[in-house]
Design a protein around this ligand. Structure first.
Ligand code: HMG
Ligand code: MG
Length: 299
């Protein structure tokens, strides 16, 4: 296969938001600058959310403003409401992401409102984004299971995804938040969503709690999905999904895609340097299989 696959690196946001040890702005900046040297074309820098809710993401706009702009790399911020969006706008951000879920309970715990109320907040964000020529990505969490409600039906997910698309999100990322899915369920999920929306507007966001993320991505590739979110060194989890592991490691995603003949544009040695350095800072073991093999072969 020779298609390109877009990777959205979410380590500095989804990864670090859940690390027990909050990093300094300088440490977060060092990670992002290193990731900007790897060939990755999209990087989520942080979140404009309440620092009382997620202290690890405090001062994300300050961080954003210190990054080199106009490099061609899309740098984005999460914005759950108008307050967050206005902060993103003020720091010169050109792409934001709104986020809701296919589960009512998760939406309440995560952003303190119902799914319907989240759409009302996003309508304001999207209207102002349009006026300012800012791209808006949409996230839907709990696309297979919810930590509070259990299984979520593909139909329910499809409704929420379709709503975000109709509201003007240019891409919707489907979050397998707690990493319990297996490929059979992912297949049914995409089958339902793809009935309504073309694959070019969709992305897969797989957490790796049970080691199924790569299998689920393979299934998604089979159904035509060509955009995936991943986290360098599999950093992170979700503060509102207890026990959920980090995203699929960018290193493991690279290995799958590269060996299947997809183009990713990634310079693997630069990625491994970024991966090594962030683990040193966090004093953390790298759970990526690819990374373990890479460093063993180097030793
Ligand atoms: P709220 O308490 O309902 O907000 O929080 P409110 O409008 O009632 O305001 C209460 C206070 O929060 C006020 O301050 C506001 O100014 C402030 P006070 O007067 O008390 O001093 N406030 C804000 N401060 C900073 N930034 C803002 C903001 N909005 C209000 N944007 C809110 C609502 C959404 C802010 C809150 O629930 C929150 O911050 N939640 C955190 C959500 C989060 O970051 N979750 C993790 C990311 S999502 C994820 O990881 C899933 C994903 O990876 C996909 C997947 O894996 O499934 C994307
Ligand atoms: Mg996530």
């Amino acid at each position: 296969m020779s298609d390109d696959v877009k990777i959205v690196e979410v380590g500095p946001r989804d990864g670090l938001q859940n690390e027990k040890m909050p990093l300094t702005l300088e440490q977060r900046k060092t990670l992002i600058l290193a990731l900007m040297q790897t060939g990755l074309q999209s990087i989520e820098v942080g979140s404009c959310v309440s620092p009382k809710w997620v202290p690890q993401m405090a001062n994300s706009t300050e961080l954003f403003a210190e990054l080199p702009q106009n490099t061609g790399i899309a740098l984005s911020l999460l914005t759950p409401n108008l307050k967050g969006f206005e902060q993103a706008l003020a720091c010169g951000c050109k792409e934001v992401a709104v986020f809701t879920a296919a589960s009512e309970s998760f939406t309440q715990k995560n952003i303190n409102c119902s799914i319907a109320e989240s759409f009302e907040k996003f309508a304001d964000v999207i209207a102002l984004a349009k006026q300012n020529d800012i791209k808006v990505r949409g996230y839907v969490s709990c696309v297979v299971d919810c930590p509070y409600e259990g299984a979520i039906s593909p139909q329910q997910v499809t409704q929420v995804v379709t709503k975000l698309f109709d509201m003007g999100c240019y891409e919707i990322s489907l979050g397998e938040t707690i990493g319990t899915a297996t490929p059979d369920r992912v297949k049914r999920l995409w089958a339902s969503v793809l009935n309504e929306i073309d694959s070019k507007f969709l992305a897969g966001h797989f957490h790796n709690t049970y080691g199924m993320a790569i299998a689920n991505i393979y299934q998604s590739l089979e159904q035509g999905i060509r955009t995936f979110d991943s986290s360098v060194s599999g950093l992170g989890g979700c503060p509102y999904a207890k026990g959920a592991a980090g995203n699929v490691a960018t290193e493991d995603l690279y290995y799958l895609l590269n060996n299947m003949g997809f183009k990713t544009g990634i310079d693997i040695d630069a990625l491994m340097q970024a991966s090594h350095d962030i683990n040193q800072v966090l004093q953390r073991h790298n759970p990526s299989n690819y990374a373990q093999a890479y460093f063993q072969n180097k030793a």
